[in-house]
Design a protein around this ligand. Structure first.
Ligand SMILES: [Zn+2]
Length: 282
């Protein structure tokens, strides 16, 4: 079992939280930073536990407070061997703020991912209505020879999803190879699932699959070779009113076992294996 996305640094009782997670059978935890200082904290925590690893980055919702110099700090931190991924990065158009700067910062994270050969932890949420962004992305998409994506993206639509813009950013930086990564807290549909797999990305499911009917259908269609689990703790509690923590990854595995009609331990092994493949085998 794994928690491929937790913000443990936000807990007051970090040691207890981690101990409870390991006692409940969690094998690996990826602790994800939200800004440069936060990423330093994440790295400190990772150094204290063998099977806790760090991801460093600037979350799309916080880009307004940071500059290119902060991206260089992220790059310096990212060189540390305990850092196994670049993120949290990505695009959040849900609140429609700083969309262009989010894209610029995402591209900078993609660049770091490529030069250091460490995978991306990508957050994608919401839709943009910006004509300017649509225009820019159209140029990228015209160069992308990947029909599953380019022939199904709908520019006549009023809005463009954060997922489609993210894929354009990832693909447009393509030369010898596409950076690898994970779409964390995956909540898109079957089309996006197929695109993620085609570009070599994993998808990670959170506690949302325990109550979302739409997501259960997506989980049903998800191939085992790109499947990961997470809590996104302390956010997104699968139990209303209760604190979310990494030990709750077992609730996600439980749900997966039900949906996939498969043994709980077997699912646990599969996601642990995928975690090693994506984050620990560079
Ligand atoms: Zn997160």
């Amino acid at each position: 079992m794994v928690d491929s996305h937790a913000h443990i640094q936000m807990f007051d009782d970090v040691d207890d939280v981690i101990q409870r997670a390991f006692e409940s059978g969690i094998k690996y935890i990826l602790c994800v930073g939200l800004n440069p200082d936060d990423s330093k904290n994440v790295l400190d925590i990772a150094y204290r536990f063998d099977d806790v690893f760090a991801a460093v980055g600037i979350h799309p919702l916080f880009v307004e407070n940071f500059s290119d110099r902060d991206i260089r700090l992220i790059e310096d931190l990212a060189r540390d061997p305990k850092v196994v991924a670049i993120g949290e990065t990505g695009l959040d158009f849900f609140k429609g703020k700083n969309e262009e700067k989010q894209i610029d910062f995402f591209r900078l994270h993609i660049h770091i991912s490529k030069i250091l050969r460490k995978p991306l932890v990508v957050h994608t949420r919401g839709f943009t209505e910006s004509e300017k962004i649509k225009g820019k992305i159209k140029k990228d998409v015209d160069r992308i020879e990947f029909s599953l994506y380019s022939e199904t993206i709908d520019f006549k639509n009023f809005t463009l999803s954060a997922f489609d813009v993210a894929v354009a950013c990832i693909y447009s930086d393509y030369d010898d190879r596409i950076p690898r990564g994970v779409f964390h807290c995956f909540s898109w549909g079957e089309r996006e699932l197929r695109i993620a797999r085609a570009i070599g990305f994993f998808v990670s499911f959170s506690g949302m699959i325990t109550f979302s009917k739409k997501l259960k259908l997506v989980v049903e269609k998800t191939p085992f070779d790109i499947l990961l689990t997470e809590t996104d703790s302390p956010f997104l509690s699968p139990r209303r009113g209760e604190r979310n923590e990494p030990a709750n990854a077992k609730l996600v595995i439980d749900e997966l076992a039900k949906i996939k009609n498969m043994n709980y331990n077997k699912i646990g092994e599969i996601v642990a294996d995928n975690f090693r493949k994506l984050f620990l085998s560079s």
